[in-house]
Design a protein around this ligand. Structure first.
Ligand code: NAD
Length: 280
């Protein structure tokens, strides 16, 4: 099987970035969301991101136009009817994702691979709502998608080797670096990263300032961005949701730091709300 037609379900932060990088590599992409206004916002984000690449002379103006022309927006899931690969990037809510996978499974051709961009939910559970669990795989892109090189592929308990091989080949074809992880909540990247972020929140709770925590981690451990700045970027609520899924799978060692829950109750969610560990 050769993947040539790709559908991205959900055109938010991640979905629009995924549609962009896939189209940049020459694939025809259909981008689906619940209304036209969200789709036009996604198209604007993609155009802005491509403009930056043109400014930096990483792509030509023609490549930008060609990429945009390969992305077709839609508000109907019917677009999956002739797709080879469907990448789901809707919010991290298990019931919502299950509903989408059930519908996509009914509509998509029998050869199509169904991928989820979930950051933490076990793929085996998502696959179980379909009649083709061996063709379901985790395809975890990182934020911001056009910049980050790695894509974590998650092998569900019944994902076939053929599906993994096709996913690896596809990720390489869009100039990203695949890595395969086993299917336990949070996989490799989210599990290790969120444990680290949670511990950083405890250091702030213990009386350190976010700036001191970040400066020490940047200058002494050589991380490119301090953990408090990283938490503000990802969103405090998102981190709490992921920690809850990890706690459910692995127990109390993943219990969210009380400070994170307090910040969430106050609406201090990070960059998106104007205040988190820092003010914006
Ligand atoms: N934001 C990150 O840093 C990040 C990183 C890696 C993975 N992820 C994962 O990617 C997924 C998407 O996250 P995001 O940050 O892009 O979220 P987002 O909220 O920015 O975008 C989600 C999009 O899905 C759309 N949507 C909701 N219900 C839908 C439906 N029924 N059909 C079609 N579209 C629907 C929304 O309208 C929205 O445009 C989540 O599973 C998240 O855990 C996020």
């Amino acid at each position: 099987m050769k993947i040539s037609r790709v559908v991205v379900v959900g055109s938010g932060t991640m979905g629009s970035g995924i549609a962009q990088v896939v189209a940049q590599s020459g694939y025809q992409v259909k981008m689906e969301d619940i209304n036209d206004s969200l789709l036009s916002q996604a198209q604007q984000r993609i155009e802005k991101s491509l403009d930056k690449l043109v400014e930096k002379k990483k792509i030509s103006a023609k490549e930008k136009e060609d990429t945009l022309s390969r992305i077709k927006p839609s508000t109907s899931l019917d677009v999956v009817k002739d797709a080879d690969l469907i990448i789901e990037a809707v919010p991290e809510k298990p019931d919502l994702k299950a509903g989408i996978f059930e519908q996509v499974d009914k509509l998509a051709p029998s050869h199509a691979i169904l991928a989820s961009n979930t950051s933490s939910l076990p793929i085996t559970a998502i696959a179980a709502v379909t009649k083709r669990p061996e063709q379901v795989v985790g395809m975890h892109f990182m934020n911001p998608v056009p910049v980050m090189k790695g894509v974590e592929l998650i092998r569900g308990r019944v994902t076939s080797q053929e599906t993994i091989d096709l996913a690896v080949e596809f990720v390489r074809s869009i100039n990203k670096i695949p890595g395969v992880a086993q299917d336990y909540a949070g996989f490799i990247s989210s599990r290790i990263f969120n444990a680290y972020l949670n511990e950083a929140a405890y250091t702030v709770m213990n009386g350190n300032t976010p700036k001191d925590v970040d400066d020490i981690m940047v200058n002494s451990i050589n991380v490119p961005m301090g953990p408090c700045a990283a938490m503000d970027l990802v969103g405090i609520d998102t981190i709490v949701y992921i920690l809850e899924i990890l706690e459910d799978e692995f127990g109390p060692r993943f219990k969210a730091a009380p400070l994170l829950k307090q910040m969430m109750r106050a609406g201090h969610l990070g960059r998106k709300s104007g205040r988190g560990f820092y003010e914006y």
